[in-house]
Design a protein around this ligand. Structure first.
Ligand SMILES: C[S@@+](CC[C@H](N)C(=O)[O-])C[C@H]1O[C@@H](n2cnc3c(N)ncnc32)[C@H](O)[C@@H]1O
Length: 221
């Protein structure tokens, strides 16, 4: 039987044998299995986003907006210990987010006290210029709010958008050539560039998620 990386099945201790090595990814995956709460695709998505973002964005406080379980925030700290802390924000934090955090802290005690979870809207978040602002699958126009929050403070930003809609977001002028989701995301690239950002685009493996366009922006000095 294949082990589909895009499955929504929960990882459990029975899956630990699939991650046998001492690589950081396998050790994270085993901790996730022990926590027994995370859909499989979220492990692979969060890992792919965090490692790609960390290649370009080091240090700074991490803000994981619309964070769900907040795994991306915690991976960002694991991948770069020079970040002092991460704040993970969601209007409805899953009850199991604390199970995952506790298991990660048990495995990496240096994470203790460095990730704070806040159950509230990202609308009222205060962003600082030195932050790295992240959001994985903030639905529709919520991704635009994330970009605005970051750009207004000239903070570094990375988003993996989903649920794009031309009635909520810019890009209608591109829709004669591009499908809706691509038109919205191209308009987001143009917005970042017009606000003085260098932009990098990548895609995650489609087997993990078809909503796989990663958009990263760093303000030009
Ligand atoms: C598709 S989920 C993504 C969760 C997580 N980032 C992931 O990739 O698994 C979208 C999340 O956005 C959250 N959300 C919706 N509106 C929000 C808002 N205004 N502020 C913060 N979070 C919000 C929801 O509660 C939900 O957890």
């Amino acid at each position: 039987m294949t082990f589909a990386h895009g499955s929504r099945s929960k990882l459990t201790p029975r899956d630990m044998g699939r991650f046998p090595t001492e690589s950081l990814f396998d050790r994270v995956a085993r901790a996730v299995c022990r926590a027994e709460c995370l859909p499989r695709k979220e492990l692979f998505e969060s890992w792919e986003v965090a490692r790609r973002v960390r290649r370009r964005m080091r240090g700074g406080r991490v803000l994981d907006l619309a964070c769900g379980h907040g795994l991306t925030a915690q991976l960002m700290l694991l991948l770069d210990d020079t970040s002092p802390s991460a704040t993970a924000i969601d209007t409805r934090l899953p009850a199991s987010a604390s199970l995952l955090r506790d298991e990660l802290v048990r495995t990496w005690p240096r994470l203790a006290g460095r990730t704070s979870f806040e159950e509230r809207s990202l609308a009222h978040v205060t962003v600082h210029e030195t932050d790295v602002v992240l959001s994985v699958h903030a639905c529709g126009a919520l991704t635009d709010r994330v970009l605005e929050l970051a750009v207004d403070e000239r903070a570094r930003v990375a988003v993996l958008p989903c649920c794009q809609s031309l009635s909520e977001s810019s890009g209608i002028e591109l829709s004669g050539w591009l499908d809706t989701a691509l038109a919205v995301d191209v308009a987001r690239v143009a917005l970042l560039q017009s606000r003085g950002y260098d932009v990098h685009t990548q895609t995650l493996p489609v087997a993990i998620t078809p909503k796989n366009r990663l958009l990263m922006g760093t303000p030009r000095i």
